[in-house]
Design a protein around this ligand. Structure first.
Ligand SMILES: Cc1cc2nc3c(=O)[nH]c(=O)nc-3n(C[C@H](O)[C@H](O)[C@H](O)COP(=O)(O)OP(=O)(O)OC[C@H]3O[C@@H](n4cnc5c(N)ncnc54)[C@H](O)[C@@H]3O)c2cc1C
Length: 275
């Protein structure tokens, strides 16, 4: 039986530069395909994996690929200048990496069914939202109206541009950047004006979001006026993490562990537990 906590060797089958500091890495097993869970998914959108390189260590990343695809797993890595992310950015196609997981809870897919959804993220927070969108599109009739609000500093910082163009056929997309740029036709800033573009039934809607603290605060200005209650807003949080299995305490926040209680939390849990 395979040990769930043991890192396995994987091959980097593809590397794509998506912005100045973000690359996409396609990971493939050396033999066979990734195992699926009882829902037929390799991971639940919102879960994370620990990807690493021998001699450098490992770090948590939320897969961005379609969750039912067991041929490969794609992660987007922003180079923070730290040991692991920098080492990944120096890899070439065909290099070896390690992978363990998926870990954590992920978004409540069954609870989302039949509801209107507002998905909101910024910058490199897009991966778990991207896999959630792939799942929604694959099962489109199970969901109501779906909106993606995605913000980045500049148009060049928007990730997964090709996939966003495909998603546009199935869901409504609002793209924003921090400051007006030449030829930009989308929104500017995370301003509450976007609320009027979103038509949902507040009593039958959920929101899913992912990003750093300040972005979550900005998104609150959009989500609050929509009238979605805190227990229907699910936030995917990123925190410094090491073991991924509730032992090392690096990712504790208040009473919670990001790795085992999250990384997806109710919005009011974040208010209580976040620093
Ligand atoms: C559940 C989860 C999912 C994540 N998904 C992604 C993803 O899809 N793509 C992605 O690029 N990153 C993601 N991250 C963040 C990523 O794990 C960190 O950037 C990475 O651990 C940094 O490792 P490092 O060794 O390169 O940097 P380190 O040497 O550990 O640190 C380098 C710098 O990065 C900062 N840093 C480290 N970890 C974090 C963090 N979690 N949040 C903010 N700053 C941090 C440090 O303070 C330091 O300034 C995720 C984190 C979590 C917890």
């Amino acid at each position: 039986m395979q040990n769930f906590y043991f890192p396995e060797k994987v091959k980097i089958a593809k590397i794509e530069q998506h912005s100045a500091d973000v690359k996409l890495f396609r990971l493939q097993k050396n033999r066979g395909k990734f195992a699926k869970n009882r829902d037929g998914l390799v991971f639940n959108p919102g879960q994370f994996v620990l990807a690493g390189i021998w001699g450098y260590g490992e770090a948590p990343f939320g897969p961005a690929s379609p969750p039912e695809n067991n041929s490969y797993l794609e992660i987007l890595i922003r180079n923070t200048g730290g040991v692991v992310t920098n080492a990944f950015h120096n890899l070439k196609n065909g290099a070896e990496a390690t992978l363990r997981g998926p870990y954590g809870n992920g978004f409540p897919l069954k609870f989302f069914e039949g509801k209107d959804l507002v998905l909101a993220t910024g910058g490199c927070g897009i991966p778990p939202i991207a896999s959630l969108i792939e799942y929604i599109i694959k099962n489109r009739k199970d969901f109501g109206r779906v909106y993606l609000i995605y913000g980045a500093k500049t148009p060049q910082d928007l990730l997964l541009k090709e996939r966003i163009s495909n998603w546009e056929k199935q869901i409504k997309i609002i793209l924003t950047i921090d400051k007006q740029a030449p030829d930009w036709k989308g929104g500017v800033g995370f301003v509450s004006e976007f609320v009027k573009e979103i038509e949902i039934d507040p009593n039958n809607s959920c929101a899913a979001m992912c990003g750093p603290g300040p972005m979550m605060n900005a998104l609150e200005k959009i989500l609050r006026p929509l009238g979605i209650s805190d227990r229907r807003i699910f936030a995917n949080t990123e925190r410094k993490m090491q073991c991924g299995i509730g032992k090392c305490q690096h990712c504790t926040t208040g009473e919670k562990y990001t790795c085992t209680d999250g990384p997806v939390f109710y919005f009011d849990e974040i208010d209580r537990n976040w620093d």
